[in-house]
Design a protein around this ligand. Structure first.
Ligand code: HEC
Ligand code: HEC
Ligand code: HEC
Ligand code: HEC
Length: 187
């Protein structure tokens, strides 16, 4: 009997795992968001976030790396750096430049959450209620500083104590993420 109960509970745990895995939204990449949000895309594409992966290459920003205690070497496969210089690393997003080139750099979904589910709702109904897309994973970045601090905090080599220019002022930085455009519909 004990054996059967043990087996059944293992099955149950496996089923839970499968269900929760199926519910976790996929990372779709900035190119997909661009199809419907061209203005935000163009503006974001001019920020340093869009090319952030380049900074992990050898020979790039050598002086800045040295000042932050890093060497001049290839960091493009170092999990420690990929966590902050790509989109969704370790969370079902970026894996490697070979497998997931469209998720390099700090993209839309780094701030707005993985879009596989909420973009489907946006696609079906332009007047979607905000609560519905939030329940499907959309993050409104100004509502929680913690989202930014996952990358802009003390475990980054580039913080205020290395150079004052790396100081993270939430209100000021929110303005520089991309230009903002009025929405057409009420949500
Ligand atoms: C996944 C990690 C990650 C998250 C989350 C994140 N950032 Fe960043 N951010 C970066 C990295 C890395 C850079 C540096 C880009 C570079 O120079 O390589 C950066 C740079 C920036 C810049 C400078 C852009 C420029 O062109 O000068 C702004 C502004 C910014 N982030 C704001 C924010 C805000 C606001 C949030 C939260 C809503 C946030 N970031 C969340 C990783 C992140
Ligand atoms: C915890 C997140 C985090 C980790 C880990 C991280 N970075 Fe960054 N990195 C950032 C952020 C945030 C910035 C932007 C800082 C700013 O502009 O305020 C940045 C900026 C940079 C820059 C640009 C500095 C400049 O002055 O233009 C380089 C180069 C860089 N990182 C390389 C690396 C390398 C190499 C690694 C791995 C050894 C690494 N980073 C690990 C978050 C991180
Ligand atoms: C560094 C964080 C960050 C990144 C990266 C980012 N956004 Fe945003 N986004 C914001 C903030 C902040 C707002 C303002 C809403 C709020 O948080 O109150 C916003 C608002 C928006 C809005 C509402 C309309 C507007 O213009 O304000 C859209 C649409 C949007 N973002 C799409 C995108 C797309 C598409 C990308 C990628 C190409 C992207 N965002 C990348 C932070 C970010
Ligand atoms: C098929 C089209 C489509 C795609 C793909 C899409 N969106 Fe949207 N999104 C919309 C529409 C339509 C709106 C509402 C626009 C309006 O009211 O003006 C919207 C609104 C938003 C808003 C504002 C929400 C609010 O009410 O404050 C954000 C943020 C946003 N999208 C982010 C993204 C991100 C990030 C991606 C990619 C992961 C994405 N969208 C992909 C169509 C799309």
């Amino acid at each position: 009997m004990k054996k059967i109960i043990g087996f059944v509970s293992i099955l149950f745990v496996m089923a839970l795992f499968v269900v929760s895995y199926a519910n976790a939204a996929d990372y779709i990449g900035a190119k997909k968001c661009k199809a419907c949000h061209m203005k935000q895309f163009k503006s974001w594409n001019e920020t340093k976030m869009a090319t952030s992966y380049e900074n992990l290459k050898a020979g790039v920003k050598v002086a800045e790396k040295k000042k932050a205690g890093l060497e001049d070497k290839d960091y493009t496969t170092d999990p420690k750096c990929l966590k902050c210089h790509t989109t969704g690393y370790g969370k079902g997003g970026f894996v490697s430049m070979e497998k997931t080139p469209d998720l390099a750099g700090v993209q839309c979904e780094g701030c707005h959450g993985p879009g596989g589910n909420f973009s489907q709702i946006m696609k079906k109904n332009k007047e979607f209620p905000l609560a519905e897309v939030k329940a499907a994973g959309l993050i409104i970045p100004s509502e929680d500083e913690k989202g930014c601090m996952a990358c802009h905090a003390a475990d980054s080599p580039f913080v205020e104590k290395v150079d004052a220019k790396y100081k993270f002022d939430f209100k000021e930085r929110l303005k520089k993420t991309h230009e903002h455009f009025p929405l057409k519909n009420k949500h």
